[in-house]
Design a protein around this ligand. Structure first.
Ligand code: NAD
Length: 427
């Protein structure tokens, strides 16, 4: 099939490359010309394992990129909206980018002959496809959804860092369509995928994505709450949660306590669902607590540090790990951000290392000293805070000898070294 993918960020570029890999003809559309040039040259616009190989294989053949909506939509049968849906200032969803993309698609549909299906893949709160996207498409195209063109909602569940693998091997595919014809066309795209397809309506599909992410975020905040209680009782929370996870009704995943969840999805999606719930007159106390626990965890890191070494004024503190999780260069909502901000506020001098995310973090904290090796960031420091679960941090050992005081607060339970006095956030 011929597919346009609108937005070439973490989701769009992976969606485009993977659809190309399974044999479809794909055109990427983004307002960022640099990204389009990169894709046309087979260079990934973001770091994601396996993406480079797919782009090298398909760029210029069955995968091309353009900033021109018209040429892409005209040549394709189906368009996936994969643009960002950030938080507005009050935490509710900001649909301005979805609005811009939808209107641009609608303007081409106005002139295009033949049936075309518009699929919302961006994470949007329930009712967005039916009450926001469809009216906009109808207004900008002068055509009628369900008659002149199709509409569906197909949420994405991939994890950054494993995005290509997850896209190709999903646990589930959810398609919420306004009618049989739109849903059938989207289903056809996934014909070769092994997992089953859940067919439903757009609002249910939208809600499945929010319920999914909110439950995962809830598990993390729950584990952190238990961890914070355990720490005060001198109980090893990891031993506790390992046993809890053996209950087949629970599963051991997402039960590691630590410095909390970051990234472009969990914080914003839980907040967006809170915003939607309030808009319809419901007070989501559990979801609000999930966010509250998560926002307190990074501050606990600097509190433990102060208990150990006192006033941070003039102290040299290394921060290991800047990405919100391992295997990505993405720092959106990284827990390292509030921790570095607090260290700087308290007068500490911060040196930092991350295998991939330094350039992104430099834009937020230009005064932090960044190093290309963990050992160099640790040199002469009074303490170290570990913020990301990079595999290479598990091997750190002699590197800690470079520290002045060997005090490490591990926010992710990754350090194994016997050379330091390390303390966990929750144990
Ligand atoms: P992103 O910010 O990395 O990418 C968005 C892209 O859209 C950018 O390249 C941007 O230049 C482009 N863009 C902005 N305005 C545009 C316009 N008018 N027309 C065309 N392109 C435009 O975002 P992302 O992380 O890929 O997330 C996209 C959506 O997918 C969000 O709704 C997000 O919640 C959801 N999602 C993300 C993940 C994830 O792990 N990142 C996982 C599942 C779902």
């Amino acid at each position: 099939m011929k597919i346009s993918v609108i937005g070439s960020g973490y989701v769009g570029s992976v969606t485009a490359a993977c659809f190309a890999e399974v044999g479809h003809e794909v055109i990427c559309v983004d307002i960022d010309k640099r990204k389009m040039d990169q894709i046309n040259e087979g260079i990934p616009p973001i770091y994601e394992e396996g993406l480079g190989e797919l782009l090298q294989k398909h760029a210029g053949k069955n995968l091309t990129a353009t900033t021109d909506y018209e040429s892409a939509i005209r040549k394709t049968d189906i368009s996936f909206i994969c643009v960002g849906t950030p938080s507005a200032e009050d935490g509710s969803i900001d649909l301005s980018i979805v609005r811009a993309a939808t209107t641009s698609i609608g303007a081409v549909l106005a002139k295009k002959e033949g049936y075309h299906v518009v699929v919302v893949k961006s994470t949007v709160v329930p009712e967005t496809t039916e009450k926001f996207v469809i009216p906009l498409l109808e207004e900008s195209s002068g055509k009628i959804a369900g008659k002149d063109f199709g509409v569906a909602m197909n949420p994405e569940f991939l994890r950054e860092g494993k995005a290509v693998y997850d896209f190709m091997n999903p646990d589930k595919i959810v398609i919420g369509a306004i009618d049989q014809k739109s849903g059938d066309l989207v289903s056809k795209l996934y014909e070769t995928f092994k997992c089953g397809v859940t067919r439903t309506n757009p609002s249910t599909a939208e809600m499945i994505k929010y319920a999914n992410n909110s439950l995962l975020a809830t598990k993390i905040s729950f584990a952190n709450e238990i961890g914070n209680i355990c720490k005060r009782l001198k109980i090893n929370t990891y031993e506790v949660m390992e046993a809890v996870g053996k209950d087949s009704r629970i599963s051991p995943k997402f039960l590691n306590s630590g410095v909390g969840f970051g990234g472009s999805c969990f914080p914003k999606d839980v907040k967006a669902l809170i915003g939607k719930a309030k808009e319809i007159g419901y007070s989501p106390v559990l979801l609000e607590s999930v966010i509250e626990v998560n926002e307190k965890q990074p501050i606990l890191m600097t509190e433990i540090l102060q208990r150990k070494i006192g006033n941070l004024e003039g102290k040299k503190v290394a921060v290991l790990g800047l990405a919100f999780k391992n295997e990505t260069d993405d720092i959106r909502e990284s827990r390292a951000i509030p921790v570095i901000a607090e260290l700087l506020r308290l007068g500490a001098k911060v040196s930092a290392y991350d295998p991939m995310a330094i350039e992104n973090m430099r834009r937020i904290f230009p005064t932090v000293e960044y190093f290309g090796k963990a050992r160099d960031a640790l040199q002469g420091t009074d303490a170290c805070l570990v913020m990301t679960e990079w595999d290479e941090f598990k091997q750190l050992d002699s590197e800690f000898e470079a520290m002045k005081e060997k005090i490490v607060i591990d926010g992710r339970k990754v350090i194994n070294s016997k050379k330091v006095d390390y303390e966990g956030l929750c144990w």
